[in-house]
Structures are given as structure tokens and as C-alpha cells.
Design a protein around this ligand. Structure first.
Ligand code: GLC
Length: 561
């Protein structure tokens, strides 16, 4: 039997996904949901034949991966930098070669071995801050680029080094952190005299606001699966060390407490948005990564004495989490209209307005932002609070992990198309929309001068998000959207020196304090290009729908059961 990673099943690999991970993308191609048909047909006709064949290839390739038809020959890795286009009809863009060179310059070595990439290689900048470190989240697009290019060694080294760091005793002042916490970043100190290399790691103690990175552990699990899926090398994930590393991360987020929701309660600044931005509570970015990491772990955990209990807990949590997210975080025109008319002060389990959200708290902008067709997962849901902001990373990961149903995934893409100016503008892609201004900015960010309106995390545009958008586009069969975004990036990124982020409502200006030669801007571009060229790469970062998690009730008109 074929394993969940699309590989021959070896040893004790097994997964719930085996039964439910049935790929049904062909259904999407043949029969678009009725309410989407008019525009879908139009854009279908507008697409060139080559585009169409790419999207069909994307489906075929993803299907092959998930049906275990993977074979080393299908893997497009192994070609040389940067001529990855040789086998395709694409002309390599001149920027691709420059990007590879810049990516290689960012490599960090430990005792002669590459173990990661530095966050930014910006010699012009006087302030290095902590951009000379290898950040776990920043390394993900670098890792994918190397995997797609047939260079898995650095990814393996990185996974093992960070796993080793997880084993450290972690303290903030006198307080000991959970065993499973993964570092936000690490650094290699070279001593040229003694000829020694020393690792130092940050688990949040040196970060602004002293917040532990909740996303690091999730990205680590997701990357372990990407490595395994891309190389076919099951031996790394099967080692007792990796199995333990996964269990420790899972123990942190599956522990019992006072929770009444299956979502994960977080402090502000615990993820990509690592400064106070009003994302405390149950931020979509973390919930989507949590969901994806749970599904990846499920496919890699051994069903042995120690693993079995975690497998059972994961299955239960996934069930509750998908229900909660699809029901309460999902917003479309119909749902917005329903919330607008909600009654408050309802008690008992018959309450419709479960979190007692006061309709007056719905911000004005969302009524204009919401297209007639389309939808998205909102930023946060907790008692009497819905954060209606759009967050790019969480929504893209929701598509890739299949937290979004196929209908919801299509609706998210519809929203991106309908609100192109707001979400993409002149430089892909807004990390969050809209910006917080004036009094609200003072209260929510604590007057953060780096997060002024339309800058940095507060409505700034981050080129790194291009790879996530591209992956989501390929998965939903809409590569033309990614191509449009990539063209925008190509018109500026190299010329501007690969900035970390852009500012302004349209993302037209290089960010006020943006680093240049920001590695994840470079790697994000490369990954986007490689995925478009060879959509079979999608398999390493995407999970197909698990039918067992289909919603049981129909709550909104926009998705079917
Ligand atoms: C900024 C970003 C964070 C990133 C780091 C290094 O702090 O907010 O997400 O990991 O820079 O690039």
C-alpha cells in the first residue's frame, strides 16, 4: 500500500489520511461549483492554451503525488542552478540567475556544512539588528527552493540542527519554557583564532516583546514532510530524534487546559507578524499552520507506543478544529449579512451569535471590501471579538493544508481577484488588509513607529508571500493569477535590491526600514517561479482534502456539504 507521503509504505507509517485523503481535484476541473460558473467560464476562455495545460498539469501532478504514483523520474529536482527551465518551454527570466546567486551568498555554514540562510545580506544597512541570523520561518522558502533544485542536504542539516537546539534548556529570565519550543532563529559564531564554530539560538528571549515563536515548531514539522516527500527519504522522519521532536511540539499545543475552543491561544507577535499588531488571541496564521502541522505530523508519526496516543489526539483535534474554523472564521457576503443582523445576549446552546459579537463592532470598510462572490478566513475570533482583517499567509496556508474546503479555496481566490488593487496593488502581497490608523493604531500597536499605516506589518506588502500565493493558485487551478503577480514583482524586485517589504496603499514604495537583499524575498520569488514551471513541486507543500473532515452542517450559502 502506498503511504501518505505518496511513497511506498515502509515500516509503521500509517495515517488517517490514507483513508480520507482521496483526491478529488478532477471534480473541480470538470464541474465548477454552480455559483462560480459565469466568471470561471470567462477566465477559462481568456486563458491561453499553455496556461490551461499548466493548470491541468498541476492537478495531474498533485494527483500523482497524493495517489502514491510518485516516482523519482517525475521529480523535477536535480537540475542545475539556474537553468531550471531547460526542459520546459519557458525562457528563464534573467532575474532567476541573479536570485540564485544572491540566495547562495546568504548561506550560513557550521563546521563547513551549510545549515541555513541568513535573514538579510544587506551590507549597505548600518543596522544589522537580528537580520544576521537564520530564522526558522525565513528559511522555509529557501529550503523549498533547494529541495526543488535537488539540493536536499542543507534542508536535512537545518532540520537536524534546529532539532538539536530544541533540546536546549530554554529560559526567559527565571522562567523555563516548554521543552518542545523551537527557536525563532539561530546564529553561528566563528572564532577564527580557535577555529571553532558555536551556535547561539533565540527562543524569544531576545525578540522584541519577548514572545516565543509559536510558528517555528509548525514550520519545522511542515518542512520535515516537504523534505520527506521531495526526497523519498523516509529515514530522517523515522529517526527516534525526529519522532521525539514532533511529539514535543505536539505536546505543547495538544495539552489540556481551560480551552473551550479547539484553536490555539496565542500572545501578540508570536509569528511572522512579530510585533504588537492586535493578533493576540486566535490568529488565523497560527491556526492555519497548526492545522497543517497536525496533518503533516499525522502522516509521519509512527504508531508505536509513544506515537499512538498523539495520533489519536491529532485526529480528534483536527476534527474539531476544521469544524470551528470553517464555521466561525469563514466570512462571505451571506455570512457578513447574517452577522450584521445578529441578536446579542443569547444564552444556552441554541445561541446563533455564539461569541456574543456586537454587530456595531463590524468595521465600515468590510462592507465595501466584501465582494458579492468570494470569501476568506478572518483574522481572529474570540469572545465578543471578530478581527475582520484579511491576512494573506493564513488564508494561503488554509488553501494548501485543505483547511479550506474546495469551495472556500475557490472563494478565497475569487476574493483576491475581485480585490486585486487592495491585496496585490503594485507589489505582491499585502501581509494584512487594511492598515490600522490614528487612534486605533495607538491603542492596538502601542504607537509602534515601525508599524505606521500601510507600512511593515500594518498593511505593508511582502514579496515573500508570492510563493504562498503561487502555490495556492496552482492548487486551485488558477495559475494565471500567480503569473500576474509574478510579473509585477519582476518589474521591481531586482532593480530595488530585493527589499523585505514595500509601503503604501498600493505597495509602491520601498519600505521605510526595509532591509535589502532580504533572503526570503529572493527565495520566495524562486519558489514561485519553479512551481509555475513544474507544478508537481506543489506536492511537497500541499495536502489534499480529507473527506473525513467535511463539515456536517450547512451554515452559509457559499459552501456545500
Ligand atoms: C521581521 C519579520 C519576521 C522575520 C524577521 C527576519 O522581524 O517580522 O517575520 O522572521 O524579520 O526576516
Amino acid at each position: 500500500m502506498d503511504g501518505p507521503l505518496g511513497l511506498r509504505k515502509v515500516g509503521s507509517y500509517a495515517s488517517v489520511a490514507d483513508a480520507g485523503d482521496e483526491l478529488d481535484l478532477s471534480r473541480l476541473l470538470e464541474k465548477p461549483p454552480p455559483k462560480l460558473s459565469i466568471e470561471r467560464q470567462r477566465s477559462f476562455e481568456e486563458r491561453s492554451l499553455s496556461e490551461l495545460s499548466i493548470s491541468v498539469r498541476a492537478f495531474d501532478a498533485a494527483a500523482a503525488y497524493d495517489h502514491g504514483m510518485f516516482s523519482p523520474g517525475m521529480r523535477s529536482s536535480g537540475f542545475d542552478t539556474p537553468a531550471s527551465s531547460a526542459r520546459n518551454s519557458f525562457e528563464p527570466h534573467p532575474m532567476v540567475a541573479e536570485a540564485w546567486e544572491a540566495l547562495r551568498r546568504s548561506l550560513v555554514y557550521l563546521r563547513g556544512q551549510p545549515v541555513g540562510t541568513i535573514a538579510a545580506y544587506d551590507h549597505a544597512s548600518e543596522e544589522i539588528l537580528n537580520y544576521d541570523q537564520v530564522f526558522v520561518r525565513d528559511f522555509v522558502p529557501s529550503a523549498l527552493a533547494f529541495l526543488m533544485n535537488g539540493e536536499p542536504e542543507i534542508v536535512k542539516n537545518f532540520l537536524l540542527k534546529t532539532l538539536h537546539l530544541q533540546g536546549w534548556e530554554k529560559k526567559v529570565d527565571r522562567f523555563k519554557l516548554g521543552e518542545g519550543v523551537m527557536p525563532a532563529s539561530f546564529k553561528v559564531l566563528h572564532d577564527p583564532i580557535r577555529k571553532t564554530d558555536t551556535l547561539i539560538a533565540d527562543f524569544g528571549a531576545s525578540a522584541i516583546g519577548r514572545v516565543a515563536p509559536v510558528d517555528s515548531g509548525f514550520w519545522w514539522i511542515i518542512l520535515l514532510r516537504a523534505y520527506t516527500k521531495s526526497t523519498g527519504d523516509l529515514s530522517l522522519a523515522e529517526t527516534p530524534e525526529c519522532q521525539k521532536g514532533m511529539r514535543l511540539i505536539l505536546a505543547l499545543c495538544l495539552s489540556e487546559g481551560f480551552d473551550t475552543f479547539p484553536t490555539l491561544l496565542c500572545a501578540d507577535g508570536c509569528s511572522m507578524i512579530d510585533r504588537r499588531m492586535g493578533i493576540y488571541g486566535y490568529p488565523i496564521e497560527i491556526q492555519a499552520l497548526f492545522f497543517m502541522a497536525l496533518r503533516c505530523a499525522l502522516s509521519m508519526l509512527k504508531h508505536d507506543a509513544e506515537g499512538k496516543e498523539f495520533v489519536e489526539r491529532i485526529v480528534k483535534r483536527l476534527h474539531a478544529l476544521s469544524y470551528h474554523m470553517r464555521s466561525y472564521f469563514w466570512l462571505d457576503f451571506q455570512q457578513l449579512n447574517d452577522i450584521y443582523r445578529w441578536k446579542t445576549e443569547e444564552y444556552s446552546h441554541t445561541a446563533v451569535n455564539k461569541f456574543n459579537v456586537i454587530p456595531d463592532s463590524i468595521p465600515d470598510w468590510v462592507f465595501d471590501f466584501m465582494p458579492t462572490r468570494g470569501g476568506y478566513f478572518i483574522g481572529n475570533v474570540s469572545p465578543a471579538r471578530m478581527d475582520f482583517r484579511w491576512f494573506c499567509l493564513g488564508n494561503c496556508v488554509a488553501i494548501l493544508s485543505s483547511l479550506a474546503t474546495p469551495e472556500q479555496a475557490m472563494a478565497i481566490m475569487d476574493l483576491i481577484e475581485a480585490r486585486w488593487e487592495e491585496i496585490v496593488g503594485e507589489m505582491p502581497l499585502k501581509v494584512a488588509y487594511p492598515a490600522i490608523e490614528s487612534h486605533e493604531w495607538r491603542i492596538v500597536t502601542g504607537c509602534d513607529p515601525k508599524n505606521t499605516r500601510w507600512s511593515y506589518h500594518n498593511g505593508g506588502s511582502w514579496p515573500v508571500l508570492l510563493w504562498l500565493l503561487t502555490a495556492a493558485c496552482i492548487k486551485t487551478g488558477r495559475p494565471q493569477i500567480a503569473r500576474r503577480a509574478i510579473e509585477l514583482a519582476e518589474s521591481r524586485l531586482l532593480k530595488d535590491g530585493w527589499p523585505e517589504y514595500y509601503d503604501g496603499k498600493l505597495g509602491r514604495y520601498i519600505g521605510k526600514q526595509a532591509r535589502k537583499f532580504q533572503t526570503w524575498s529572493i527565495a520566495g520569488y524562486l519558489v514561485a517561479k519553479m512551481m509555475l514551471e513544474d507544478p508537481s513541486h506543489l506536492g511537497m507543500i500541499s495536502l489534499e482534502e480529507d473527506k473525513a473532515m467535511k463539515p456536517l452542517i450547512k451554515r452559509s450559502t457559499s459552501w456545500t456539504c
